[in-house]
Write a protein that binds this ligand. Structure first.
Ligand SMILES: [Mg+2]
Ligand SMILES: [Zn+2]
Length: 176
């Protein structure tokens, strides 16, 4: 990614938006990873439109001691590799490893992960679009002045039409 010039990105939630989220459990190993149908096609369209694709995800499983940050990275790397095989490129992942009770700045609905991406990739968050399946995603987007589009859990990104990318600035109310 060209950090000097790229300032727009589509920011995605991970679980329920890119891959299947199972209630009450975490994706802690690549074997548990199931990419939702149609996701690769949409990411490919975003790639072709010239927008970066960045992912923000809460992974409280680390804070609970169920897995490590290396395990989260391993799952994220597997996701990148599998999507790449389908011609879809994800540029980066950032995650919050903390417990909800840690009251950290980065766990969604707080906007810390979005600010971290904005600093690392010189994003103008007002020009970015965040797509996620939960209210915490929406609240994080709102807190960071980032446009938001809501998708249904485990239907995810396939629900979103990349043609809308061209119209992002014109869309006032984004609904799922
Ligand atoms: Mg989600
Ligand atoms: Zn955190």
């Amino acid at each position: 990614m060209n950090k000097a010039t790229r300032n727009r990105a589509v920011i995605l939630d991970r679980d329920g938006t890119i891959n299947v989220q199972v209630d009450g459990s975490y994706v802690m190993h690549p074997d548990q990873l199931e990419i939702l149908p149609g996701v690769a096609e949409v990411i490919r369209e975003i790639n072709l439109a010239g927008w970066a694709v960045l992912v923000v995800t809460n992974q409280q499983c680390v804070g609970k001691g169920l897995c490590t940050n290396d395990d989260v990275k391993c799952v994220n790397d597997a996701l990148i590799a599998r999507l790449l095989k389908q011609g879809a490129k994800v540029d980066a992942f950032v995650w919050c490893p903390h417990l909800k009770s840690d009251d950290c700045w980065c766990r969604k609905p707080r906007p810390g992960l979005l600010y971290r991406l904005a600093a690392a990739y010189h994003l103008d968050l007002r020009e970015c679009l965040f797509i996620g399946d939960s209210e915490t995603d929406m609240l994080a987007a709102r807190a960071a002045n980032c446009q938001f589009y809501s998708v249904k859990k485990n239907i995810g990104l396939a629900q979103w039409d990349p043609v809308k990318l061209a119209k992002v600035r014109e869309i006032k109310i984004l609904g799922g």
